[in-house]
Design a protein around this ligand. Sequence first.
Ligand code: BGC
Length: 665
Amino acid sequence: MEKKYTAKKLTAEEKLRLLCGDGAWHTADLAGKLPKLRVSDGPVGLRTERMNEEGESETIPAVAYPSIQILANTWNLSRAKDMGEALADDCKERGVDILLAPGVNIKRDPRNGRNFEYFSEDPVLAGSMAKRYIEGVQGKGIGVCLKHFCCNNLEYDRLHQSSDVDERTMREIYYLPFEIACEAKPVSVMCSYNRVNGVYAAENKKGFDLLRNEFGFDGAVISDWGAVRDRTASAIAGLDLEMAFSQENYDKLCADHAAGALPDEVLEACADRMLHLIYRCKEMQAGEFEVSSVASRARTAKKVAAEGMVLLKNEELLPLHGVKKISLAGCFAKPESADMLRGGGSAAVEWLDKKFDLEEALTARGYQVLYESAFRYQTINSFGQSARPALENAAVSDVNIVCVGTGSPVEYESGDRSTLRLPDVQERAIIETAEENPNTVVVIFAGAAIDVSAWEEKVKAILYAGFPGMGGDEVIADILTGKICPSGKLSETFPLDIADVPAANAWRSAGVTRYQEGLDVGYRYFDTYGVPVAYPFGFGLSYAFFAYDDLKLEGKGSALKVTYEVENTSEIDGKEISQVYVRECAPLVYRPYKELKGFSKDKVKAGKRVKVSLTLDSRAFAHWSTAFDRWTVTDGVYEILVGASSEDIRLRAKIKIKNGEIEVL
Ligand code: BGC
């Protein structure tokens, strides 16, 4: 950190005060001596509070963006930046200095209750998207707080459990998204609640040192809300700000300092970093920034949804053609509450525009729509009623659309999902209406993978709409009717069964969770061990078709330039996400079969070709060597695989690396 601000002139008392927040959402201002920073959640919409007339706190409605999972499914760095910029404008309007987002925790297991807030099971995709999101927010003068550092991959017992992770897995999987995101220079990082290899994340000196000494992080480390056990130990480890304010911890910190247990230089360093944070945020805001309108931010939410929804199955049913009468079933089509379309906890957003009505959106597009809620959504266990009333509609319609999903009682902070299956009544609604009408489309509203095995074969099309955000009803209608050509691809594997996932037997346990699957997270596992999945990582259908050819590799010292062409062989304009994986052919240390190292999303007009070009640097070929304690590229042959998904490799070619130099074979 450039030492621009020094706490030398502050009294010890002031420095101590600076290390603990002011209430739940502000930094201390030392009785007006310093500017006060206001922080606020969160990743998919701003969550600020106000007092209502009864003196109770209530959440102020805000633009609700699609879940981070949907943003990741766009694989579009520009969309990540757009969403960051829009969120920055939300912050400006509400006087928020730091947005408590994004979260880059890896989706180690699809059951993690907060997966809807996270990007991916892959560190390169998660880190790259988060980096651009941060550039979007900070480019408009608002700070971010990158979270949750580190290895917070489940919610169960999150305040105590220890994530036991070996060094190499930590570097290659769990630290990597933070490392990549730190390239965007976040003003702060939030530690997680859990322990990391036995040590509370708030006291993870090794991790904080790594952030600062290796990842180029020059901001302040903030605790998750209530994550600090011992304020002195956490300050010594390098945690600068405890949030929210805790009188008990503050008193103990002062007592420890008086007793000499908190060295002056530690106090000074933390206070310096706090001053740096406060003034850096204020300086960032000093530029001239145009604040976009709420309408434009709502359009951004729709743009993200339009590119992030994933068409999982389509047996020539979509886009709808020759259809007049539609049976629309499932209360997710016309939700009783926004809770059905979002995850719960600190990332829950009070929707500014609460209208979400797929019936109306389809009717407005000229269809005759017969809507039946079919099942009721109240709490996690009482979806109630049967699907009967929808059967008649399905039988007399040209097409049957069934809307199913989860929502905040199922996906939320501080709890995990027990199953990937939809509730019985929803599965029955799909199966029984599909028996009446084979032209059935299922639209899934959820923030993480769903087990589709009970009904997948009985329907012709499946659209994964995720938690779609405001305006998502219009986007779904436009995708179903062909105005939007779907272009999202999965940022996480949809397994056939939860029993198949790599951490199935060890995903959580009382006290200590051993990450025994090591590097084999998500597709790295399914791929390496040939375990079949429902929908692989990187998969998503389009109404257009794409062919890949002309792969060319060019070694430039230790870097590799990869170029290839993508041709749209259909008559529909579309966007294609191409993925570049690297495989070491005969490794000397264990390596998953292949790993994502680059990707590109390109607009390709009907019948046209685009040339895609990306450069892989030496890290794309490296593993974290525990023998040398550094990133190491071993001499050998590597294969470059270019695919439309992790299972659909279209082009491949080999290179040889000797002493770091690349030779194309
Ligand atoms: C969550 C954080 C959030 C904070 C403030 C915590 O419970 O883990 O992600 O930013 O609360 O709301």
